[in-house]
Design a binder for this molecule. Structure first.
Ligand SMILES: *[C@@H]1O[C@H](CO)[C@@H](O)[C@H](O)[C@H]1NC(C)=O
Length: 681
């Protein structure tokens, strides 16, 4: 008897399980956003919008405003694989940031919402109604499931609003009784770790609903913390089947601000959602960076207001007593000008200092270009970055400079090393880039232990061309790189090329006192017309790219000892009809001759003396993909006298060959006649 009911139970369980899996197999709907674009995938209501830096901004800091955003496609939330309908399990994960205005603690909050209709919120109010509910019966508050993240306490029951920091579940307009201060658990049995959703840079939230057990789990943690195994709220009495109305629901967010100082900007940085499956993970490093938070000077509360005033008075007294010393300290540390607050790509010096362990020598990963490069781990997000420190940069006009960086910071391409931001401190300038694991092409190409195969080299060559094409033609402005060379090409974990330091030379040049026209670049890669006119252009980038092609195929640097000039040497071999002689001996016979020959000839085509005859990067891409045949490049003749040789050697004596050099116009006037190669067709 007992045994048979056990078996029956077991069988039933099996049936249920298989039904569940059948349901899972049929209906998996999921989506994810790593940053947002205005492509119609979201329905935006009231003040909600998408910012230039890919954030979903639900509200700004205006008083009493509401903003909502919903995934524009409905989601099937009921499954009827059983006899009766049952709410599906779902899971959602999102990252948000609450940035209050300078004048107060901010508010009111935001909510994740499941609703049967997106037009049902007309009349919903701001403040603690969060743009979903209303004080009158303007909104029919049924069939709404919401998880709220509030930063103001209090409700319309007459209590005064105080600073809050709570997470709660709200079903059909009534609080479900579970509301807890924001916190997370490390391990299952530990005490909760409290944190402030408003003060932390960004907050992660997970909402998991188990349709079988009718359990809602809500978990929150600051960015950088992996998903805690124990949720903050685990509520077993929420039967969404009775909440939902119809099979299809909308998922999205709503946020609102309050009156007076209770107004924050509410941003969603990334969001994923799945029915009957765990929410897809988000790559935190790909999410937009929220604007920096204004430092909160006091946690404002009416009770210790008097104490606050007293201590403020004391502080003012102290300040006036030793204002000079304090002022000095302050400017030494981090003085902000008004305009700097508006720069989303600005980093705090303190964070970078911590990230690089105080610019410790052990964290140094390279010296070159305009400064030293350190590896760092950002304390707030745990992201690995490369921090370039330009000491005593002669840059004037910081405001213009910052504007340029803000604009370059928006460049995004798979073949670029993204510039994440910047920071200045007195005369030092810090630039923050993605950290790229494999280091530079220069170090890979000339390292003994590893030989890049032809396939890898060809892929790298195409990657650089792709990145350069983006800079030259595909972005909103033309960006001339000005310092293409192997040590500025970084190679990522999949051996793809990523161009670094783009646009920097131009910025640097802007900052230089404008009465000297300097040629910025690296010996061996500088196009001949550059030394004459000082004007970098996309075709001088193409020249450097040509030299780089020859370098990658031959495994030899552009300029060697004893008057070795790579371009001349390849031209010589080409003219003797033995161009394949220059191929890197380390490659052995493992290369595709057709491709190698194409790349070498293309290198010569790009590195020709006459700037007008060089191809554009778009044309280069077509040659590399064998879409167009290379034009017949005819005979290349080397200048008979070795002027060019002596000239370049002269440069080498002026500046060290390994360092980036700034060649002054006046010294290079005489090089007008130095023509390493010349076309003669
Ligand atoms: C909710 O959390 C509990 C732990 O408290 C866990 O056992 C359960 O599997 C979780 N449910 C979901 C749907 O994540």
């Amino acid at each position: 008897m007992a045994a048979s009911s056990l078996t029956l139970g077991f069988l039933l369980h099996l049936v249920l399980l298989s039904l569940l899996f059948a349901a899972k197999a049929q209906e998996v709907t999921q989506f994810s956003y790593e940053g947002f674009v205005n492509d119609g995938s979201l329905v935006l209501q009231e003040v909600a919008g998408i910012t230039n830096d890919r954030m979903l901004m639900l509200t700004n800091t205006s008083n009493d405003v509401v903003g909502r955003a919903f995934h524009s496609k409905t989601i099937r939330m009921l499954n009827d694989s059983d006899d009766r309908q049952k709410a599906s399990s779902f899971s959602t994960y999102f990252v948000f940031s609450i940035v209050s205005s300078t004048s107060g603690p901010g508010g009111f909050g935001l909510a994740f919402v499941l609703a049967p209709d997106i037009d049902m919120f007309v009349g919903a109010q701001a403040g603690h109604h969060l743009g979903i509910y209303s004080a009158s019966n303007a909104v029919k508050e049924t069939h709404i499931f919401a998880v709220e993240f509030d930063t103001v306490n209090g409700s319309d029951k007459g209590e005064s609003d105080t600073e809050g920091n709570d997470v709660g579940i709200n079903v059909n307009g009534t609080e479900s009784g579970v509301s807890k201060p924001a916190a997370y658990y490390i391990g299952m049995d530990s005490k909760p770790v409290n944190f402030s959703m408003e003060k932390d840079e960004a907050v992660q939230a997970w909402i998991d609903y188990d349709g079988d057990n009718k359990t809602v789990n809500v978990t929150v943690a600051p960015v950088g913390v992996t998903k805690p195994s124990r949720p903050l709220i685990s509520n077993r009495s929420i039967n969404l089947t009775t909440v939902l109305n119809g099979e299809y629901m909308y998922a999205g967010f709503s946020a609102s601000t309050g009156e007076a100082s209770k107004a924050s900007s509410h941003y969603i940085l990334g969001w994923s959602f799945a029915v009957n499956a765990p929410a897809p993970p988000l790559d935190i490093t790909k999410l937009p960076r929220p604007p920096p938070k204004v430092k909160d000077t006091s946690s404002f509360s009416w009770v210790n207001f008097a104490i606050g005033v007293l201590s403020a008075l004391t502080l003012i007294l102290l300040l006036s007593l030793c204002s000079v010393t304090l002022y000095k300290r302050y400017t030494n540390f981090e003085a902000l000008e008004d305009w700097e607050l508006d720069c989303p790509h600005r980093f705090r010096y303190r964070d970078l200092h911590t990230a690089t362990k105080g610019f410790k020598e052990s964290e140094l990963i390279g010296v070159g270009g305009f400064g030293a490069v350190y590896k760092g781990v950002l304390p707030s997000t745990g992201t690995e970055v490369a921090v370039k420190r330009i000491v005593r940069s002669p840059i004037q006009g910081m405001r213009e400079f910052a504007a340029e960086i803000e604009s370059l910071g928006r460049l995004r391409h798979k073949n670029l090393v993204n510039l994440q931001g910047w920071c200045k401190r007195k005369n030092d300038l810090l630039l923050i880039y993605d950290y790229i694991r494999n280091g530079s092409l220069d170090s890979l190409l000339f390292k003994q232990s590893l030989v890049l195969s032809w396939e890898q080299r060809f892929n790298i060559i195409k990657g650089i061309a792709n990145g350069l094409l983006y800079l030259h033609e595909e972005w909103e402005q033309v960006v001339v790189h000005r310092d293409i060379k192997t040590s500025n090409i970084l190679i990522d974990g999949d051996l793809n090329a990523r161009l670094g330091d783009f646009g920097l030379a131009r910025l640097y040049d802007h900052g230089e006192a404008s009465h000297t026209t300097n040629v910025v670049g690296t010996i061996g890669y500088i196009a001949p017309e550059l030394t004459r006119t000082g004007k970098a252009s996309t075709s001088s980038d193409v020249y450097a790219y040509g030299v780089l092609l020859l370098e990658v195929v031959s495994g030899r640097r552009p300029i060697g000892s004893e008057q070795f000039f790579l371009v001349d040497w390849v031209v010589e071999n080409y003219n003797m009809g033995q161009i394949l002689e220059v191929v890197d001996p380390k490659l052995g016979s493992n290369h595709v001759e057709e491709e190698v020959e194409l790349v070498l000839k293309l290198g010569l085509l790009c590195a020709q003396h006459n700037a007008e005859s060089r191809p554009t990067m778009r044309q280069v891409m077509r040659y590399l993909n064998f879409d167009d045949p290379l034009p017949d490049i005819g005979d290349w003749r080397r200048q008979t006298d070795s002027d060019s040789g002596r000239m370049s050697l002269g440069f080498l004596e002026i500046v060290s060959s390994s360092a980036i050099s700034t060649v002054n116009n006046s010294t290079s006037n005489s090089s007008i006649n130095s023509r390493p190669i010349q076309t003669c067709r």
